[in-house]
Structures are given as C-alpha cells and as structure tokens.
Design a protein. Structure first.
Length: 303
C-alpha cells in the first residue's frame, strides 16, 4: 500500500503545484546531457552508435543508483519517492499548455496559438492554420499523456524510484537526441530504441485507458486497424486509440525542420478544432482516474 500512497500523493502534488517553474532537475539534466554529447559525439557512424549507447549509460545509471540509495533509508524513502515521482510526471503542465493553445484559438489569435503550440511539439508551427494548430495540440496531449504521465506511473509501479528515474531520463534523452537528423541519426540511436522499449507496455495501457474513458468501440477499432501505421511502435497505438475515443481524425501533412512529412491518418470523425483540445485533456484526466482506481484495487488485493 506504500506504493499506492506514494502515487496518490505525487499526483495530488502535481495537481496542486504543477511543474516547478524554476530549478527543475530535468533542466539541469538536459545541460549535463548536452555537455556529455559534445564530449562523446564524433567518429565514424558505427562508432557514434556505440558512443551514444555509452552516453545513455553514463547519463542515466548514476541517478538510478542515487535514487536507489536514498530509498534505503526508511525515514526518507516515502518523501524521496513522492518527490521523484512528482518531478517525473507532468499531467498538470500538459493540461496547462493545451489550455493555453485552446484559449488563443478561442480569441482568434492564430499567431499566439502557433507560438504556444510550438512549446508542445517539435514540428514547424509558423505556417499552421487554426485546424493544424488544434490537431497538433490534440496529438501532443494524447501522446504526451503516455510520455509525461502514464509511462512514469508504470515504471514506478514496476521498479520504484530507480524505475521512474530511468524512464524519465531516457525519455528526456530521446527528446534531445532521438531525431533522425544527420547529427543524431547514429548518436541518438540507443536513446531512441531504449525509449521505444520502455514505452511499449505503458503505451498499450495508456491506449486502453483512453478507449475505456471515451468512445470504447471506436477507440478499440482505430487502435487495432491503425496503431501500426506510424514509424513509432508506441505513438501510433496511443494516438489512434485516443483519436478514436474522441471521434476525431488526426495526422496528415506537416513540416519537421523544413521538410514536409505525410503522417498517416489516425482515428475517425471530424478534424480537430480548438474545443477538442479541452476534450483531449479531459480524456487524459479520465484515463488517469481509471489508472488510479486500478492501482488502488491492485494495492488492496495484494495487501
């Protein structure tokens, strides 16, 4: 039951405080990772894959060990676990960013909406129309529901504090190094593949949460028929289920780093509009409630 209590306290802390606005540990980790990449990046393509693998180990393993070490003290364990899990989840921050985009669209300020959705996605946003902004925000809310919330909860359940630290730091490295650009195609290979591996189980549980929290029949149909369409083994599952559960169609042409990409169509129904961003946020929140109920029941059954 201590694990259940830790999760509930961390989620409540996230709802109360949101993401730390200053001195977030992940910001410091990002600077450390950038410095590490500058030192290790280089050499032939094959060597760069190995260098990238070592970079992941060097960046992540010491913090996992530190998390494990801190939880050995019975007097500190609960506090450390709550704080680490709170820092790893970002449900409130995700909802806040999504609402900011929806509010800008409601005001008719497309320029502001483009700027705000640019804080959520890696795609080019300068030329997006209102529909493109709304679609991008909905896709980000659904996909990051897994990355910023459910994935962290899953790995905390499985491996405790070291597990959630591992997941969040690998996820951060993937966000920094996982691009298929000339610089990162080889060096970021290990971070990207490890992130795919760590997200495989929680992504499917996230998709299950979405379809149970929304239009179950449509969400399940879209998951089964469309989840394999994306390059990512996890993103397509999450977004197809979420789009189907919302009765929306996502995907289509968009630009990344100046290059147009045709993303597969996911979901069924109408294109996303500004109010659908709020609906996506509520879907994630309802799925979170389902997760918490399931975790509580699991904790009670295990004593």
């Amino acid at each position: 039951m201590t694990t259940v209590l830790t999760i509930i306290l961390a989620v409540l802390l996230d709802l109360w405080l949101g993401e730390p606005r200053q001195w977030h540990p992940l910001a410091g980790f990002g600077r450390l990772a950038s410095s590490l990449e500058q030192r290790l990046h280089g050499g032939p393509a094959g060597d760069n894959v190995v260098r990238g693998g070592w970079a992941v180990i060097i960046a992540v393993a010491p913090f996992m060990f530190l998390a494990w070490l801190l939880t050995l003290n019975d007097n500190l364990a609960l506090l450390v676990e709550v704080l680490l899990l709170y820092l790893a989840i970002g449900g409130s921050s995700l909802a806040q960013h999504g609402r900011a985009v929806a509010e800008a669209l409601a005001l008719g300020d497309l320029s502001l909406a483009r700027q705000r959705v640019g804080w959520m996605v890696s795609r080019d946003t300068a030329e997006l129309d209102a529909e493109g902004v709304a679609r991008s925000a909905v896709e980000s809310v659904l996909e990051n529901g897994n990355d910023a919330l459910f994935g962290a909860l899953f790995w905390f359940l499985l491996l405790g504090a070291p597990g959630v630290v591992m997941y969040r730091l690998v996820n951060t490295l993937d966000a920094m190094w996982g691009y298929r650009t000339e610089r990162y195609r080889q060096f970021g290979y290990a971070a990207a593949k490890l992130d795919d591996l760590l997200n495989w189980p929680p992504a499917r549980l996230t998709a299950l949460g979405y379809i149970l929290a929304g239009d179950t029949a449509r969400g399940w149909r879209c998951w089964r028929s469309q989840g394999h369409r994306t390059d990512s083994p996890n993103g397509g599952v999450v977004m197809a289920a979420g789009a189907g559960a919302l009765g929306l169609q996502l995907g289509g042409s968009t630009a990344y780093h100046g290059v147009m990409c045709d993303k597969p169509l996911l979901g069924e129904g109408l294109p996303a509009r500004g109010p659908d961003i709020y609906r996506a946020i509520r879907l994630v929140q309802r799925a979170l409630i389902l997760w918490l109920v399931a975790i509580l029941l699991l904790g009670v059954s295990l004593g």
